[in-house]
Design a protein around this ligand. Structure first.
Ligand code: SF4
Length: 349
């Protein structure tokens, strides 16, 4: 049994609807490790120069790594990559949450999408099997509606779902890929690449870990050390308490908070959109990624007239700065609502 990886990739040709399993030698993992390394390995080898990012020749890669699935914080992210329609060059983004672990536990380290489907489809992967399914009825739905509909029709309430909203469908060049309503592979317009391939979603369920780690006892020790010691580090405590919005107050104080379309670095409404205010006013709970005790991700419920659905999570620092200080908006409820709209339609913030 290999240690740290499955050694199996899925190659999905959307033009022919063929789904193939590839066996990949250990040398590839030793050289590229996984995640963005494997994404770059595949794209630089397989894409010819000048390929149209929104054409069927572009390829879209979802990749985990040799440490995905380890009970260690910060290593369980999924990389998504393609030639970017936003920059015209290599585009890669990552998402936290649970999708990466579920994907690797399903038996596949990497999924490569090629070609373009004639009708909307989604890929369903479970425990070593994969199939393309019709997604015509999902086209036009929000990300939450899509995830709910897929889980319902599969009878899999715990399936993890990565999908695009109408931004990706309409090839918006800053469309993202949304995982489970609220984790985003944001940069590079990779949602538009999914849309150009008529790939509405990828749904994953992995019920067991099909591989072993080389030294599981040492990994467990590291996880235990982290769980016992992170509270001794003020930075970790602050991140756990306020999430990335903790940055608003110090950046504004230091003059480096993007403000009023970059005309300034300090925002007079910074207190009103800070992590502290978020906690006091609209925070419902905190969530985390797989195996991370910090649970830094806010789940919020904003108040009318900007009422929000906690299923869409809450705004990170980048969203607060973009819709808040950059636009001169000092209302966290409005910012949370804008965050929800972007997550629902699959727009990068
Ligand atoms: S919960 Fe926060 S700190 Fe923990 S891995 Fe996820 S993003 Fe990082």
């Amino acid at each position: 049994m290999p240690t740290g990886f499955n050694g199996r990739w899925l190659r999905v040709n959307l033009s022919t609807e063929e789904v193939r399993v590839e066996t990949v030698p250990e040398e590839v993992y030793r050289a590229y490790l996984g995640g963005r390394g494997i994404c770059a390995y595949i794209l630089f080898r397989e894409l010819r120069p000048g390929v149209d990012p929104l054409g069927s020749e572009n390829k879209l890669v979802f990749a985990t790594s040799v440490v995905t699935g380890a009970p260690v914080p910060g290593v369980n992210r999924v990389s998504v990559a393609a030639k970017s329609p936003l920059t015209g060059t290599y585009g890669e983004a990552e998402a936290g949450g649970f999708f990466a672990v579920e994907m690797k536990f399903s038996g596949f380290d990497v999924i490569v999408f090629e070609g373009a489907a004639r009708r909307p489809v989604y890929l369903w992967v479970k425990d070593g099997r994969a199939e393309l399914r019709d997604a015509s009825h999902l086209w036009g739905l929000t990300t939450k509606e899509t995830a709910e509909a897929i889980r319902r029709e599969l009878g899999e309430p715990l399936a993890r779902v990565a999908c695009i909203g109408s931004a990706g469908e309409r090839l918006v060049r800053f469309a993202n890929v949304i995982f489970d309503n609220r984790y985003a592979a944001g940069r590079g317009g990779l949602g538009a690449v999914m849309g150009s391939k008529k790939l509405k979603a990828v749904a994953i369920r992995g019920m067991r870990r099909p591989f072993e780690f080389h030294d599981p006892r040492r990994l467990a020790e590291i996880a235990r050390w982290y769980a016992e010691s992170w509270r001794r580090y003020p930075g970790a405590v602050s991140r756990s308490t306020y999430g990335t919005p903790e940055l608003v107050t110090p950046l504004s104080r230091d003059g480096t908070l993007p403000t009023l379309n970059f005309r300034g670095g300090s925002f007079e409404g910074a207190d009103a959109i800070s992590g502290e205010t978020l906690n006091r006013t609209i925070l419902v709970s905190r969530e985390g990624c797989f195996a991370c005790p910090l649970r830094c991700k806010a789940v919020v419920k904003a108040r009318p007239p900007y009422e929000t659905d906690p299923a869409y999570g809450g705004p990170e620092y980048e969203t607060i700065a973009s819709f808040g200080s950059l636009c001169g908006v000092g209302d966290l409820n409005a910012i949370a609502y804008a965050n929800q709209v972007c997550n629902a339609y699959g727009v990068d913030t």
